[in-house]
Design a protein around this ligand. Structure first.
Ligand code: SF4
Length: 363
């Protein structure tokens, strides 16, 4: 048995046994214990953010994606920098502090357009933290512009950007990616972008989309790849899983239902136990459901994701869950935790009152 920062380090076989057969209650309790030792107090953080998409035009045609439109599709769009900055301004006026910016792999969008987007937001909303472009988009842009990844990332970093959202990871095994995302960055390439980003000075998150063609062994491999890279760079802030939403994606013909919420909770607990070198694990009210998000908080997660003023990707898959800031506070409290508004560096901005002690009427 080895220990990492005081936390036990499990190997892949142990992880697989937990995922395959450990009773869920036991797994949740183990993960909660690890989380309690790692995160002070009874706090759950969340961010007030908005996720506008600058374009839905994409040449990668991932089988699981209901969001993209092919070039030439009348429903395709690309925002101007001004239109994007206006959207961000509107969200900031409502209280958003961060903009998570992603879009399709659109060959018409060049590095100069990315820079124009960032500058337009910086000009119109100087206080808003810009959290732009997934590793898969950086990989596509580097190829499209024929420039080394290192130079591309440095150009963005030099604009004052220092965090990147870890989207487009799906499942980080080549076998799964060949089946559901065969035109975009491979697992190796996705990890390489993160590695170079971390070396450049960025901190990133890491995501995982499960509940499609992957096996349990693929999930373990995904987590262990992230843990290995984290050992080397320490650049990941958090791990964010969500389940595949079939919507009207091509993959829906094969897989018509999302994973069961219990599967989501199991994966959160497993991630907390295997990712011993990650500080934060996210459970989201948004990507699954309010009760699944709350159960995730009792299974080792310490972050509740974003309030999300605007979101289009899951909405296109028929998954629309608008909420308000006040609602998020209530949901966190009702799970028994104290809400803390954070920034994109996971630093607290404001701490809110914790949950009321349970009265007889609430039992
Ligand atoms: S997931 Fe991203 S890369 Fe894949 S088709 Fe959708 S927009 Fe394009």
């Amino acid at each position: 048995m080895t220990h990492h920062n005081g936390q036990k380090r499990y190997n892949g076989n142990e992880g697989l046994a937990m995922l395959d057969k450990m009773p869920l209650g036991e797994l949740m309790a183990m993960a909660h214990e690890v989380r309690s030792a790692k995160i002070p107090g009874n706090q759950v953080s969340f961010v007030y953010d908005t996720n506008p998409n600058y374009t839905n035009i994409c040449v990668s045609s991932c089988a699981f994606c209901a969001f993209y439109r092919k070039p030439g599709d009348p429903k395709g769009y690309t925002l101007s920098p001004e239109a994007l900055a206006d959207k961000v301004k509107k969200a900031a006026d409502q209280g958003a502090t961060t903009v998570l910016l992603q879009g399709g792999h659109n060959p018409e969008i060049k590095l100069k357009n990315w820079i124009a987007y960032i500058k337009a937001i910086q000009g119109k909303c100087p206080g808003v933290h810009i959290h732009p472009f997934s590793p898969a988009e950086y990989f596509f842009m580097a190829q499209n512009e024929k420039i080394p990844l290192k130079r591309l990332l440095k150009e963005i970093f030099d604009l004052g950007i220092d965090t990147i959202p870890g989207g487009g990871a799906e499942i980080l095994t080549e076998n799964v990616r060949r089946q559901i995302a065969n035109k975009k960055a491979t697992a190796h390439q996705w990890l390489k972008v993160c590695e170079i980003a971390h070396e450049t000075g960025f901190r990133t998150t890491a995501t995982m989309m499960f509940g499609h063609v992957e096996t349990n062994a693929d999930i373990i491999e995904h987590l262990l790849c992230l843990r290995d890279l984290q050992d080397r760079t320490r650049g990941f802030y958090s791990f964010i899983p969500w389940s595949f939403k079939p919507g009207n994606s091509r993959l829906a013909k094969k897989i018509s239902q999302s994973a069961h919420p219990a599967r989501y909770v199991r994966i959160i607990a497993l991630a907390r136990l295997l990712l011993d070198n990650f500080d934060h694990i996210q459970s989201s009210w948004f990507s699954e459901s309010v009760p699944a998000g709350q159960l995730g908080l009792l299974a080792g997660a310490d972050d509740f994701g974003g309030v999300l003023v605007e979101e289009n990707v899951l909405q296109e898959a028929g998954h629309d869950r608008a909420t308000t800031f006040e609602n998020v506070l209530t949901i966190i409290r009702r799970a028994g935790f104290q809400p803390v508004l954070r920034d994109s560096h996971y630093k607290p901005i404001q701490t809110f009152p914790g949950p009321e002690p349970l009265g007889i009427g609430m039992i």
